[in-house]
Design a protein around this ligand. Sequence first.
Ligand code: PSU
Ligand code: MN
Length: 300
Amino acid sequence: MRISEEVQTALKDNKPVIALESTIISFGMPYPTNVEAALEVEKIIRENNCVPATIAILNGEPVIGLTKDEIEYLAKSKKVIKCSRRDLPIAIGTKLDGATTVSGTMILASLAGIEFFVTGGIGGAHRGCNNNFDISADLDELGKTNVSVICAGPKAILDLGITLEILETKGVPVIGYNTDYLPAFYTSKSKYKVDYNAKTPLEIAKIIKAKRDFKIDGGVLITNPINEKDSLDEKTINDIIDKSIIEMNNLGIKGKEETPYLLSKIAELSNGESLEANIKLILNNAKLGSLIAKEYAKIR
Ligand code: PSU
Ligand code: MN
């Protein structure tokens, strides 16, 4: 594994490090928006006195803390594979380039000793999963790997109710930041309640510390609602999501291709508005993640 010098130094000095995923770069957004967004997220983390570590696999080597050139390469390359837990050994063992999902990123972050991870939305239980068992490996990973994930809720393309039920089974606390209701990615809330409404980053840090002190393995999911001014109209976006899912099923798209297809179809049907919202919410999460990581560094 290659850990960048900046990240190594930060880890040694106990300075908070925030992991970032690369699937969002290779499969979540079009070029060049993906590069701009990835670099902007890193910038916000640095402005908040934390160190960003974008994670991917390059030619079979897990890299913790990609350079700007490497981010640019991943954003453009067409031969990158999407790596969740099951794909990591294939990418590493056969020397491929891999963009890590939430589950893949959590594994590598944890191996590198990074405890916080900021992203847009996690994967979860897909609508219809009670028939086809399509449930993201992200949920399982959150159940066992010791990394706290800051996101804007499970992606709205999912079945949020079932996603929450699975998180409960896996023992993952779902914290809302100043909200009683689970954020739904493009919109600030759903009808489902979170397990706890935390009012400050310090409160969240204390919950994470309690989980670590008592060796209750697994992640903590921090859900941060998209800002009202950046959120999309609920009815409009849900109609677009429904349409995109029908289109996907008609085309017979399955498995790991589902999420990337849906994100790009939704961006197309919303005239880019969903992409805009996606970027805004990640930046918002980068800020919150940095604040939590800093509080945690003080009390750990
Ligand atoms: N959030 C985004 N865009 C993305 C993803 C999340 O805003 O592209 C990615 C994450 O990497 C997540 C993955 O882990 O989608 C889930 O894919 P799947 O449903 O195939 O598990
Ligand atoms: Mn799936």
